[in-house]
Unconditional design. Structure first.
Length: 691
């Protein structure tokens, strides 16, 4: 019986699925079905007998994407039993799998730890102080990011990098301390594999021969280290079967190391490469796609493609562009439009903002209008202090040498161990857990130390993980601390811990397996905790990538805000790509707004519309509620935003005494004008001239 993995694929998608020999770049525009192509390609390889599952390496950027891909492949019943042997996951999870198998050759201890951001800060703080630097001048948080950026460059010998003396000194001391602690950080995971391959060609050859097919999702987001890994795995092959799927027009993560040149120079890297463009969009109406296409064509650094709507999809509504007097008018307009059109389906609306600080006015207006909303980008589950505390307890149980976890939890609850006591423990030269057993302590501290150590003294290896964690957190007094806490959010914190134990830990056979999962999740960008709830989404455009909504509001399209003032000259093309991503999140309606007056960090500023507004082809837009262009057609009856077509708001005027200004509101014959030199004034219509 054959499986139907090719049904409903268009011709370009079929080509991307069946082109198996040689390097292939699939330029997949927004909403063109890239996940379907990737999963169908895996099915085609397996079902056609082109490779065994362990010969397929499929790399993603998030655990969520990897799980979605694995789930879809498993839907094909004839090959579902093969999914467990696929090498499918994030770059970091797959590299971690390689390190676990080759830890000794890589220079790591068998039970090496993976440190997340909190752990890195703690290590760096100690390192910076020990080097005699001031932590105010050398902020540990800033250095976490700086060191991450260095490691993402993929250079395995730091001495060959052009680093300042202080940077080299801190980096070397930090790496040495990680080694002492038996740990690596997130950036090390790929870097250690690169070093492993460089120094051990037999191991590199093993993986080169194993992976017959390599697939890469979101290729435009790869950094230098990830690209070096791909080059190593495909080196020396006459015709490497590497398929990279991505969209150069959606490369928006340069600030975290992504290099757009990886996708732009694919044909130089792989001279025999074939490029297939997926241009049929199954998400948005023709007008939304026309607006997005016309905007992104202003970029020079792109391979070029033109999105068009799927067959049978008409033009739809124009992209609305609205100028409002102030940021508060903008928020009120959005709130009223949602209230009028929601029909109790709030999850179909999203407000996509260039920076998080723009959310305040919308939050306040939504609250006053009783509109339920979620602010995406708030604390994720694994970023919560109580979850990180619980994980630190578990790590210390499994890895008693983990000094960073020890320092995090020894005072949760309080046990009388301040910095002085910790310093005494360090003087023993042993791990802090072992030092607690032999150090000279006060009577009170000895009692607390005995109680603390006894919480870890049980046969956790032969206890179900869920029960082991419950016992540990109970015996240590950590759960009791929150039960007795007077904090208003204490019950919620206890609920989070309960969810960790019963819903997450319970899924794993061993605690080390869970800890590895937790380490990767704490660096994952996904935040799907409230997915499926009936809430309006307020999020940054970066956070919205990969999502879609029926109606999308795009506020603050103003010079200095979008494009961002700092990037307007240095990286205007990435800002434009960000605008392209924002527009293509909309399925049926996109509404762009700009305010003439906006309060930014407490200062009232007079704004001008974003240059991106003028770059959108006027055939696809409607300004301030004008009638739809004649070439557009409405696919369904919807309540459109009602704009005042005869309003003079937004027009320039001159006054004999006050000079020139912009009308920001009108009340019959009285106009409120924002004058360039005199501020906001009310004047009679008869005393101004329209210019």
């Amino acid at each position: 019986m054959s499986i139907d993995y090719m049904s409903d694929l268009n011709e370009q998608q079929k080509q991307a699925v069946t082109t198996l020999d040689g390097p292939l770049l699939v330029l997949s525009g927004a909403g063109t079905g890239k996940t379907r192509v990737l999963t169908s390609r895996v099915a085609h390889i397996l079902y056609g007998g082109h490779a065994y599952p362990w010969q397929i390496l499929a790399l993603t950027f998030t655990n969520k994407a990897a799980n979605e891909m694995r789930f879809r492949v498993a839907q094909y019943s004839e090959i579902s039993h093969l999914c467990g042997d696929l090498w499918m996951g994030t770059f970091h999870s797959m590299c971690l799998r390689i390190l676990r198998s080759n830890y000794d050759v890589a220079g790591l201890r068998r039970d090496f730890l993976i440190y997340g951001e909190d752990d890195q800060k703690a290590v760096l703080k100690r390192v910076i102080v020990n080097l005699g630097f001031d932590t105010k001048e050398f902020n540990p948080s800033d250095w976490v990011e700086k060191i991450s950026n260095i490691k993402d460059k993929g250079v395995t010998d730091f001495a060959k990098m052009d680093l300042s003396p202080n940077t080299q000194k801190i980096l070397n001391a930090y790496n040495a301390e990680l080694t002492n602690l038996g740990a690596i950080d997130f950036g090390d995971i790929i870097l250690f594999v690169l070093r492993l391959f460089e120094k051990n060609h037999d191991i590199l050859n093993k993986y080169q021969n194993q992976f017959k097919y390599i697939l890469v999702d979101e290729f435009q987001d790869t950094n230098a280290a990830q690209m070096n890994l791909l080059k190593m795995l495909t080196a020396d092959k006459v015709c490497p079967n590497i398929c990279c799927v991505g969209d150069d027009d959606q490369s928006i993560y340069s600030w975290r190391g992504a290099e757009i040149r990886n996708i732009l120079q694919f044909e130089q890297t792989y001279p025999d490469a074939k490029i297939i463009r997926l241009e049929t969009n199954y998400r948005s109406t023709a007008n939304i796609l026309g607006a997005a296409n016309s905007l992104i064509k202003n970029n020079m650094g792109r391979l070029g493609k033109d999105l068009h709507a799927a067959p049978g999809v008409d033009g739809g509504e124009p992209v609305y562009i609205l100028t409002v007097p102030s940021d508060w008018d903008e928020a009120q307009f959005v709130a009223k439009t949602i209230a009028r059109n929601s029909k109790n389906n709030f999850s179909s609306f999203a407000i996509l903002i260039r920076m998080g600080s723009l959310s305040r006015t919308f939050e306040e207006e939504f609250t006053s209008h009783k509109i339920p909303y979620r602010l995406v980008g708030t604390t994720k589950f694994y970023d919560r202090a109580e979850i990180r505390d619980a994980i630190a307890y578990i790590r210390l149980l499994v890895y008693p040498f983990d000094n960073i976890s020890f320092e995090r939890i020894i005072s949760k609850p309080r046990r009388g161990f301040g910095e002085g006591a910790i310093a005494k423990l360090r003087e023993t030269g042993k791990s802090l857990m072992d030092a607690l057993k032999i150090a000279k302590l006060s009577t009170k501290q000895e009692v607390a130390a005995t109680e603390f150590l006894s919480a870890f003294d049980f046969d956790w290896k032969n206890t179900p993980p869920k029960d082991a964690v419950q016992q540990l957190l109970e015996n240590s007094g950590y759960l009791k601390m929150w039960r007795e806490s007077k904090d208003v959010d204490a019950p919620e914190r206890l609920e989070h811990i309960r969810e960790l134990i019963t819903s997450v830990v319970a899924k794993y056979n061993t605690l080390p397996e869970f800890l590895e999962h937790a380490a990767l999740m704490m660096t994952d960008d996904n935040d799907s905790e409230q997915d499926g709830k009936n809430l309006v989404s307020i999020m940054t455009i970066h956070a919205a990538k990969g999502l879609e909504f029926d109606t999308v509001f795009l506020p603050a399209w103003e010079e200095g805000i979008f494009p961002n003032e700092k990037k307007a000259d240095s990286d205007i093309e990435e800002e434009r790509r960000l605008a392209y991503v924002a527009i293509t999140r909309a399925k049926t309606r996109a509404i762009i707004t700009n305010a003439m007056v906006r309060t930014v960090f407490g200062q009232r500023l007079y704004q001008s519309p974003s240059r991106f507004v003028n770059e959108i082809d006027k055939r696809y837009v409607s300004f301030n509620g004008d009638e739809q262009p004649k070439q557009t057609y409405s696919s369904q009856k919807v309540d459109k935003p009602k704009f005042k077509t005869t309003s003079v708001v937004g027009k320039m005027v001159s006054h004999s005494e006050m000079g020139t200004g912009v009308i920001i509101s009108e009340d019959d014959n009285i106009l409120t004008v924002a004058f360039k030199t005199r501020g906001i004034k009310k004047v009679a219509r008869d005393f101004v001239k329209f210019i």
